[in-house]
Design a protein around this ligand. Sequence first.
Ligand code: MG
Length: 233
Amino acid sequence: MKDLFFDLDHTLWDFEKNSREALAEGYDQINLNSRGVGSIEDYIEEYERANAWCWLEYRDGRMDKAELRGRRFTLALKKWGLEHDAELGESLGSHYVETSPYKTHLVKDALEVVKEFFERGHKLVMLTNGFEEVQHIKVERCGLSPFFKSVLTSDALGVKKPNAGIFKLALELSNSSAENAVMLGDSLESDIIGAREAGWGQVYYNPLKIEHNEEVLFEVSDLISILELPLSK
Ligand SMILES: [Mg+2]
């Protein structure tokens, strides 16, 4: 029986939906409209672009955690001439980290799939690139914790997917082995290639059916199909 290591953001936790809800609340609460910022939709679009860029910088070690929090907001506000308002960036950053982890929208069938694997007797571990304090709140709040043996974050482990070190540590901490471990996630690079290089099995959740040339063990475009895969041996 395989040990299943799940990614959290965009795989189980509906990151877009939860994040957009939190951003819209921040836009209202901090009254961005009165400061000349465009519509909520424009603001979210700018934020998502800025955030994606900041995360790449963070992932590659060019930006630290503290800087990432406010910087993605000041960068998003550049369009409206507010990029130098560090205080505003900080307020939006704080509102966001205090709000978004408490949002509970899950990807379709996420809970059913996790529950079913748990009932079949699989060992389930969360292996996520994210902040320790944030990821634990998400797992707790959206009702996934009863099914997971542990929640391992890159923040706490000091190494991020796809680095070999995080997969090695995850095996040790979960008392598992590469032959028996399967990584399930939406990031071809971080989850799937990382796991493949570590000698693990992989289930690539690719809801947008993005084309690629990588060799992947299993690939699905919806979570419920994972239940049909041969993971019991
Ligand atoms: Mg993900």
